[in-house]
Design a protein around this ligand. Structure first.
Ligand SMILES: Nc1ncnc2c1ncn2[C@@H]1O[C@H](COP(=O)(O)OP(=O)(O)OP(=O)(O)O)[C@@H](O)[C@H]1O
Length: 259
């Protein structure tokens, strides 16, 4: 088998459940060494697409081909941890991976800069620490493909760039392909090779720079394309718009938002 053979090939994938078309006509290929990011608004079908690609949900049209014997490391979107669960991080890494030695579990934590967390109870981790631990677990069995569903969820903005750098470093070290879901192209831009922007179907696809200028992308995310800066003299309404003190108009304009 040639090394450049795709790890995953999706061909005109679609999913219809109870008469609702959740996804349609999604085609993509992912090769070793590539980072492909799926972006799209809430409910666009990003997680559903990952599940189809992983074979956890069966497509109702089209097909998915995975390289035979493909080793996949999957980081789910979130993990609910019961605070009463007395489980250390190290034990969690070994859970369901009986052949993962304590030494390899430590090495996996070291890879993501979390070697000091091995004995910490899972329930005591901060949001950012938990994401690192989930990443360590996904990468712990030398996967050929890392699948990461919103890997920066619960991480503060300063830490999000770090997580993406870590993912790029893992790709370099393991030589694996990476498929990740994100809400925000601007955060992942530097750390991704190609972007697939979906909203039930593919809206646009290509290099991040190219996607960020695509009319279909701008239509979906046009009000969020200003570089993010934040101050705390305002609050946000439910749609994310800035609410000014009474009597003033809410800000809709991206330049104003960027202030
Ligand atoms: N098994 C299912 N049965 C019915 N509807 C489903 C099923 N799985 C997902 N959906 C619906 O499909 C749509 C897409 O869900 P999905 O979780 O894939 O979106 P997403 O893009 O990952 O969203 P978010 O950004 O909010 O995480 C949602 O409206 C969801 O309710």
């Amino acid at each position: 088998m040639s090394p450049s053979e795709p790890l995953i090939t999706a061909d005109h994938l679609g999913l219809e459940i109870a008469g609702r078309q959740l996804l349609r006509d999604i085609s993509l290929q992912l090769r070793a060494g590539e980072i492909v990011t799926v972006i799209g608004p809430n409910g666009a079908g990003k997680t559903t697409l990952l599940r189809l690609l992983l074979g956890l949900t069966k497509a109702t049209s089209g097909s998915v081909r995975r390289k035979p014997g493909l080793r996949i490391g999957y980081m789910p979107q979130r993990l609910q941890v019961d605070a009463s669960l007395p489980m250390s991080v190290q034990r969690f890494l070994q859970l369901g991976q009986a052949d993962l030695s304590a030494e390899r579990a430590r090495a996996a934590l070291q890879r993501v800069g979390a070697e000091h967390l091995g004995a910490t109870a899972l329930a005591d981790l901060s949001g950012g620490e938990m994401q690192r631990v989930l990443l360590a677990r996904a990468a712990s069995r030398n996967p050929q493909l890392l699948v990461l569903d919103e890997p920066t969820q619960g991480v503060d903005l300063g830490g999000q760039g770090e997580v993406y750098q870590l993912i790029a470093a893992l790709r370099d070290e393991l030589g694996c392909g990476v498929l990740l879901v994100s809400h925000d192209l601007h955060l992942v831009m530097a750390a991704t090779d190609r972007v697939l922007c979906i909203n039930q179907h593919i809206c646009c696809y290509g290099h991040p720079e190219q996607v960020s200028r695509d009319p279909a992308y701008l239509e979906l995310f046009g009000d969020k394309v200003a570089p993010y800066t934040h101050d705390h003299d305002h609050r946000h309404d439910i749609g994310g718009d800035i609410v000014r003190p009474s009597g003033q108009e809410p800000l809709h304009n991206k330049q104003e938002r960027g202030k």
